[in-house]
Design a protein around this ligand. Structure first.
Ligand code: UDP
Length: 245
């Protein structure tokens, strides 16, 4: 959906400020602006910090991923880049179900499920989490989603199908730049016509990305676990992603 706008949208009132992004209204009904911040949080906001250059990396990487996905038939909210850390997006009503796709064991799968880190998963795991900070984004199942009316059976099947297709596309892309796509989180939204499209961001904040040769973590885990060279890891992802395009 990465068509270019005829006139660049003018930034208006702040609509929403999250932990890593701000969303603004524009002078056009049909467009919003999503601005990426350098602020970083982890562990439900209990760990806070700044990652220099993160806003730019996440905006540029997300733009490239959204373009790649659109070219491969995955409709998404990205319209165009407006600056190094801002993009025009289509307004959607975010579905409060975060979709996590896992190719390799890591993170909460290790902490809460007893898996050893770094094992290839077959089949790929798809999980639903309720998007609710106060409740710490709990893991939920199909019955919860149906009972609360977030999605119907068809909606869940559609999201699962899209998530797996996105995984195929991204796995291939990252493999091409020497990176293992370990896991990632997606958010989807509803357009006024009822259609469901991909939204939010795809970046080192929302994906685990490990160097294929060295196993080095090139994502937000460097910040979460004080692994050092955080900025450099984000820049490395931008550099490799940009060279592939
Ligand atoms: N993730 C995210 N936002 C969240 C929770 C998870 O972007 O609120 C991403 C995270 O970066 C990782 C994947 O989803 O790439 C799986 O995260 P996990 O469930 O292992 O939780 P975490 O260890 O990040 O708490």
């Amino acid at each position: 959906m990465s068509e270019t706008t005829e006139t660049r949208p003018v930034k208006g009132e702040l609509l929403h400020e999250g932990k890593a992004k701000k969303v603004f209204k524009t002078d056009r009904e049909d467009l919003l602006i999503q601005e990426f911040k350098n602020d970083a949080t982890a562990f439900d906001g209990t760990k806070k910090g700044t990652i220099e250059g993160k806003g730019t990396v996440n905006c540029q990487v997300s733009a490239m991923m959204f373009k790649l996905l659109a070219e491969n038939g995955i409709e998404n909210h990205y319209v165009e880049l407006l600056s190094e850390n801002a993009m025009a997006i289509l307004p959607v009503e975010i579905i409060p179900v975060e979709v996590v796709v896992r190719n390799i064991t890591a993170g909460s799968l290790v902490r809460h499920r007893g898996f050893e880190e770094g094992k290839k998963l077959d089949p790929t795991i798809v999980e639903w989490y309720l998007k609710n900070n106060e409740l710490h984004d709990p893991l939920i199942n199909d019955s919860h989603i149906l009972a609360f009316g977030y999605l119907d059976e068809d909606g869940m099947a559609l999201l699962r199908e899209k998530a797996l297709k996105i995984n195929e596309i991204l796995l291939e892309f990252f493999a091409g730049i020497g990176i293992d796509l370990v896991d990632f989180k997606l958010e989807f939204g509803r357009r006024p016509d009822g259609s469901i499209i991909l939204a939010d961001e795809i970046s080192p904040d929302t994906c685990r990305l490990w160097d294929k040769e060295t196993g080095r973590k090139l994502d937000k885990d460097r910040f979460r676990f004080d692994l050092g060279d955080v900025e450099e890891a984000y820049q490395e992802i931008l550099k490799r992603t940009a060279t592939a395009n």
